[in-house]
Write a protein that binds this ligand. Structure first.
Ligand SMILES: Cc1cc2nc3c(=O)[nH]c(=O)nc-3n(C[C@H](O)[C@H](O)[C@H](O)COP(=O)(O)O)c2cc1C
Length: 323
């Protein structure tokens, strides 16, 4: 799955990933649900979720803290076509919304349970939860698992850090393995998956039903391909830059229609590599970062290496049977 990333995983970026590397599932950015008379879901969010691609299931993620308003929002997004609703119990940044929402809701387990029950009752398609291991105690998830089972969620995405940790330290996939052992629910592992080999290792070590790729896939969609294909090696620095160039070229036209004017479009394009996880690439990104016009951005892009070729999958060994 391609992780939801606020400010980034808009329909245009999702479409590029779907066309290029075919994730099994993509997610909207979180939809901020708040008490606005008659309008718990913002018009821009409505538009975004209606751009679901017929080739890939879309999870529509809600973030909020008021059970009744979240329930109303779930009805609205389903009327707009959402087939799967997710509740965000992970976002560590209180400033995103008023009151306790996202990961900070884990400080109020009773309220969380009410929200989850209401959302499950009102959701006719799939319903899932994406959460941190806990608010400040990484064992909190184990207290909640029996409730998730009783209420009947469809799957759980676990990012095994606490909310207070934000992005400090490392995601501890030993916790992911214990979550898988403790529940019959399908579990998806998320957090710090940075290479194909590591993704496959987490699948093997934890027994999760799947992986969710976030920051490392953002500049490098081919990470999806490398998780699937052990024959592919990690790219060189030049190849990473080539992959980023391929991504920017692919989103360019849609970004120019989606965003208003040159300043906003440039800002959104630059966001794609603002979270660059490979410091060695920073010098090569300077000219892209400095571009003040789309023309200058195009010139800087043309200075990057070209997209590397992905070799075709190896032929099946003689005598092996296709699935
Ligand atoms: C810029 C940014 C925006 C994010 N927005 C969301 C969001 O809208 N909803 C959500 O559930 N998680 C959000 N996350 C968290 C990611 O989905 C993911 O759980 C986290 O980055 C860990 O995965 P990673 O290590 O592969 O990046 C966001 C993360 C980042 C870096």
């Amino acid at each position: 799955m391609l992780a939801p990333m606020q400010g980034l995983t808009n329909w245009a970026l999702r479409k590029t990933f779907i066309d290029w590397v075919a994730p099994d599932v993509v997610w909207t950015e979180f939809l901020r649900v708040a008490s606005r008379p008659g309008k718990p879901v913002l018009p821009a969010d409505r538009k975004d979720l209606q751009s679901a691609d017929p080739n890939c299931p879309l999870v529509v993620q809600l973030i909020g803290g008021d059970p009744l308003v979240l329930e109303a929002a779930a009805k609205i997004v389903q009327n707009l076509g959402a087939r799967h609703v997710n509740l965000n119990l992970g976002c560590p940044y209180g400033r995103m919304t008023k009151g306790k929402t996202g990961g900070t809701l884990l400080q109020e387990p009773e309220r969380v349970l009410e929200i989850v029950k209401r959302l499950r009752d009102v959701t006719t398609g799939g319903f899932s939860i994406k959460m941190r291991a806990g608010y400040e105690n990484q064992e909190q998830v184990f207290e909640l698992l029996p409730e998730w089972e009783r209420i009947g969620i469809d799957f759980l995405v676990i990012h095994p850090r606490t909310v207070v940790q934000q992005y400090e330290g490392k995601a501890d996939h030993g916790i992911t393995r214990r979550v898988v052992e403790a529940t019959s629910l399908p579990v998806i592992a998320n957090g710090d998956i940075s290479s194909g080999a590591q993704g496959r290792q987490i699948l093997a070590d934890t027994g999760v039903a799947g992986l969710m790729l976030g920051r490392w896939a953002l500049m490098d969609p081919l990470l999806f391909e490398r998780v699937r294909r052990p024959d592919l090696v990690e790219p060189t620095e030049d190849e990473r830059l080539g992959i980023l160039r391929g991504l920017l070229e692919r989103v360019m036209d849609d970004y120019c229609t989606l965003f208003c004017g040159e300043v906003q479009t440039l800002h959104k394009l630059k966001n794609i590599f603002a979270l660059n996880q490979w410091p060695a690439l920073n010098p090569a990104l300077t000219s892209l970062k400095k571009a003040r016009t789309l023309k200058a951005f195009h010139r800087a892009m043309a200075g990057l290496p070209t997209v590397p070729e992905v070799p075709p999958p190896p032929a099946p060994a003689e005598g092996s049977r296709p699935d």
